[in-house]
Structures are given as structure tokens and as C-alpha cells.
Design a protein around this ligand. Structure first.
Ligand code: DI6
Ligand code: FE
Length: 404
């Protein structure tokens, strides 16, 4: 049997799901073989068909291989940054004071509207490269700092362009319902009608979004406004997800579950009704410890409740200039463990299998299984816990995307 590339002498964390087993699914003396951009074999060396051969055979010298990492929630594309607001907050200013002084999300909106597509790509590349350097092979990127049609389209084009510029899979999300722009003059209903009836259909027609997201919160949009947007998204054949229950419980988790959404993100304030609805709908909880840390939040997401109900847990960077200026999934895993008390297995599944599930891409990536894209991260570690335990250290040996 002839393969293109074969990685041997490796320890695999395949992340493959067995019956009732959601662990790492470790293979001690493992082999991965690729044909083209697909995994053709992933398993014990002993079970490799006899006579197996490959054009290129790589000795991994006992290193660990995991699926390429998946960052399933980022706002990677934006203009400017908010380092000055960080300083203001350190000097005692509150988030609200900064927002009233023209800062906050709207200051990023201003900078993003002023940036060309090329400038947006250029400023996002170092952030993307940092993710890639830690083994990321799939990244989700949201719009939401344009809040007008032209800039929202430009952000989504910039996100697609990033995927053409670097060897990484990019999925895009339309987040026109992120915040209320100044020109809406406080009229949330009118703005959401614009997002729902005008922007979204054009975004869909141009094929620029793989998914639709919204921010459901007192400072953003109500469940009713979001429901109308989701109904439209579904009519257009687009899956939905939601920034839900981050700062208060407006029933966001139950809302996204009602629409069969891919994920409910943040979910610090989700209650048992919400968690049960998510489990029923197969909606993944995407936990974002970077935002929790930056905002110095006190309310931890109800991890035990999610476990009890059987809700799947993903972890993501939420990379954004305001509440999570974080471009490291390794540090995200450490925060998931230290701040949220997630286990090593949960953290690793959270940035591989469950993150892929949260993007609707589990058939394509997220585990080491035949037929999937050959997306691998090869690590210089002795045990998987090192990926979660160390802080500010990157043990990536090599990253493979689509077999290369
Ligand atoms: N939740 C957040 O924490 C960020 N967006 C969102 O929906 C805030 C983004 C920002 O401050 O720029
Ligand atoms: Fe976010």
C-alpha cells in the first residue's frame, strides 16, 4: 500500500471518540499516513497493512502528534488597537467611562472603517502567524467592527484573503449584530432591521460568511432582535452561533439552542435550563477564558453543570482588541485549566475535536482519523499535560496543514 507521506515512531493523541470515551485516545507506537491532503491511516504501527510504503517517511523520534489546533472564536481582523484604553483602565477608568469618551468597541469601529482591505490583512497577519506558530491549522474570523455594509464586507474579504495568504483554513462569521453604531442614534430595532434585511442577504449572496453570530446582552441586542436575525440566517441556509450569557443571563443559551445553533460562546451566566437546551440541541459551549481574565470577571462558566448535562466544551482565544488581546491557544488552555478547572483532556479536546464541532467542521478536521484533512501538530513533549501546564512556552516541533 503506497502513501505520499508517513510519520512513524510517534505517540498519537488521536482525540477519536470511543463509546463513552471522550479522552485523548492515545496510541503509543503510532503512525500517520497521508495520501494527498487526507489522512489515509492513523493508528498503531502494528496494524499498518503489510507492505505499506510512502514516498516520504518521517521518523518522529517519539514525539507526540495531536490534530492541528482549531481556534473557533476570534475577532482577528480589526483596525488599530486599544492599548491606550488598557492604560486608562489601569489608571482607574471604568469600561463605561471609556465608552462614553468615544472608546470601546466604537473606537475599533472607527479605525476599521478607515482601513483598506490590504491594511486589515497586513495588521491581522502577525496575529494569525502567532496562532499558526503554535500549531493552529483552522481559525474562525468574525466581522463586527464595521457595522456598516461596506466595512462588514471588507472585513469578511480580508478574512478570506488571510486564508489565501497563509497555509491555514479560515472560516468566516458575519457579526453585524455586534454593537450599535453611532449613526443609529440609539435605535437598536432600526439597526437590527438593517443588519437582518439588508446586510445579511448581501453577505450571503456574495458567499462571504460561513455562519452568523450576534451579541445578546443588555449593552448589545435583545433575544427578540437576535431571533429575527437568526430566522433570516436560517432562511438563507446559514448556521448560527451566539455570544451568549457573558455578563448576565438573558436566556441566550436557550435561544441559540432553539435555533439548533453550532455554539453558545462565553456562557458564564448560563443556567440549568440553558445548559439542558444546549445538550438537547448539540450546541457546543465555547469557553473564552482570555476575556474572563482581561475583564477580571468573577463568575466562572458552570462547567460542572455542562458536564452533568453532556454539553461539549470548546476553548477559543476570542482574540479581539478590547476584552481578549490574546493570540495563543496554548495559554488559552492553561487559563481553561487554571481559571475554569478544566481537565487536561477537556482542554486538549476543547482546541481540537470540540472546536471543530463548534464550527460544524468535525467531518473535516479536529481528530486524527482517515478521510479527514491531514492537519497535524507535532510536539516536543513527554506527556500531553505539558501543553496545558506550561505558561508562555511553545513546544511545537512541526505543523502540517493539508498534508504539507
Ligand atoms: N464580547 C466581547 O467581550 C467582545 N465582543 C463581544 O461580543 C468585546 C469586543 C471589544 O471590546 O472590542
Ligand atoms: Fe467574541
Amino acid at each position: 500500500m503506497r502513501f505520499d507521506t508517513l510519520w512513524r515512531n510517534a505517540r498519537l493523541a488521536t482525540m477519536r471518540e470511543g463509546k463513552g470515551d471522550f479522552g485523548l485516545a492515545v496510541v503509543e507506537d503510532g503512525v500517520i499516513a497521508a495520501r494527498g491532503d487526507r489522512i489515509a491511516y492513523a493508528g498503531p504501527a502494528a496494524d499498518l497493512p503489510t507492505g505499506a510504503d510512502a514516498a516520504e517517511i518521517i521518523d518522529c523520534e517519539g514525539r507526540w502528534i495531536t490534530p492541528g489546533l482549531v481556534d473557533c472564536h476570534t475577532h482577528l481582523v480589526f483596525g488599530g488597537n486599544r492599548a491606550h484604553e488598557f492604560e486608562m483602565r489601569l489608571a482607574g477608568a471604568s469600561y463605561e467611562e471609556i465608552a462614553r469618551a468615544g472608546g470601546g468597541i466604537l473606537s475599533t469601529v472607527r479605525a476599521t472603517r478607515e482601513a483598506s482591505e490590504a491594511a486589515l490583512v497586513q495588521s491581522a497577519l502577525p496575529r494569525l502567524d502567532h496562532l499558526i506558530a503554535e500549531g493552529v491549522t483552522t481559525v474562525e474570523i468574525k466581522s463586527g467592527y464595521g457595522l456598516d455594509l461596506a466595512t462588514e464586507l471588507r472585513m469578511l474579504r480580508a478574512a478570506r484573503a488571510l486564508g489565501e495568504t497563509r497555509p491555514v483554513s479560515v472560516t468566516t462569521t458575519f457579526l453585524g449584530a455586534h454593537a450599535l453604531p453611532l449613526e443609529a442614534k440609539g435605535d437598536k430595532d432600526a439597526y437590527m432591521q438593517l443588519v437582518t434585511e439588508t446586510m445579511l442577504p448581501i453577505v450571503a449572496t456574495e458567499g462571504l460568511a460561513d455562519c452568523v453570530d450576534a451579541f445578546c446582552e443588555g449593552i448589545a441586542f435583545s433575544p427578540e432582535q437576535v431571533a429575527a436575525l437568526f430566522a433570516k440566517a436560517q432562511a438563507l441556509g446559514l448556521p448560527v452561533k451566539l455570544h451568549a450569557d457573558q455578563l448576565s443571563n438573558l436566556g441566550g443559551a436557550a435561544l441559540i439552542a432553539r435555533f439548533g445553533g453550532l455554539s453558545a460562546d462565553h456562557v458564564e451566566y448560563t443556567d440549568e435550563t440553558g445548559a439542558r437546551a444546549m445538550a438537547e440541541a448539540g450546541t457546543v459551549a465555547v469557553l473564552l477564558p482570555g476575556a474572563f481574565y482581561t475583564l477580571r470577571e468573577k463568575t466562572v462558566p458552570p462547567i460542572a453543570l455542562f458536564r452533568k448535562c453532556g454539553v461539549r466544551l470548546a476553548l477559543a482565544s476570542d482574540c479581539n482588541p478590547g476584552t481578549s488581546p490574546l493570540t495563543s491557544l496554548l495559554l488559552t488552555m492553561n487559563m481553561g485549566a487554571t481559571l475554569f478547572r478544566m481537565t487536561v483532556d477537556e482542554c486538549l479536546a476543547g482546541v481540537t475535536r470540540e472546536a471543530a464541532r463548534a464550527l460544524g467542521l468535525l467531518g473535516e478536521t479536529g481528530t486524527l482519523e482517515p478521510g479527514k484533512s491531514c492537519d497535524l501538530a507535532i510536539w516536543d513533549i513527554e506527556r500531553p499535560a505539558e501543553l496545558v501546564y506550561r505558561i508562555g512556552f511553545n513546544p511545537l516541533h512541526k505543523r502540517i496543514w493539508r498534508g504539507k
